[in-house]
Design a protein around this ligand. Sequence first.
Ligand code: GAR
Length: 196
Amino acid sequence: MANIAIFASGTGTNARKIIEYFKENANIHVALVVSNKATAAVLDIADEYQIPKMVAGRYSFYETKELLEALREKEIAFIVLAGFLWLIPDYLVQAYEKRIVNIHPALLPKYGGKGMYGMNVHRAVKDSGDELSGITIHYVNERYDEGDIVFQASCPVGPEDEPADIARKVQQLEHRHFAPVVEKLILELEEKPSSK
Ligand code: GAR
């Protein structure tokens, strides 16, 4: 059994999909939801599914090991960033090397980096005239959106598509692919246990 934690800052539609996907899973269990915002809707989703939740403020997140202790206490093996907007600090990246993935609503390496989230990304795609957008699932390192890419899927962008239309297409891809990709990565990890 692998316990996973979902980190999310916002509405949590991806978090909900992941929770639903693993609800009856014998091997993978969503054991914690972490947010940096006490008012984030994702915390209500955690309540709805009776999943323990935690709010980590900036000081606690960057200057203490409280979160790491909570993750260890819950025996979290894998962390999923589902719309989590803070940079992951070194201590967490090191403790969970190749065990943290993020989803980004564009085809990295384009349209990534600080400030590139949500509609900012879709507006940039629209302004560029690109004919494709999509999703990228990647491992997390100490820099925004730069870890190794593990999965991408694309969707067409037409001249008539507004940023909100692109957002809808991208969200459909996220909801379809994120949980199965997470499952595959975790099952692969379980097959080759860490040498540490
Ligand atoms: C998702 O589209 C995700 O790709 C994006 O935040 C959204 C969260 O939506 N993440 C980023 O932009 C990270 N740079 P949700 O709260 O509905 O799951």
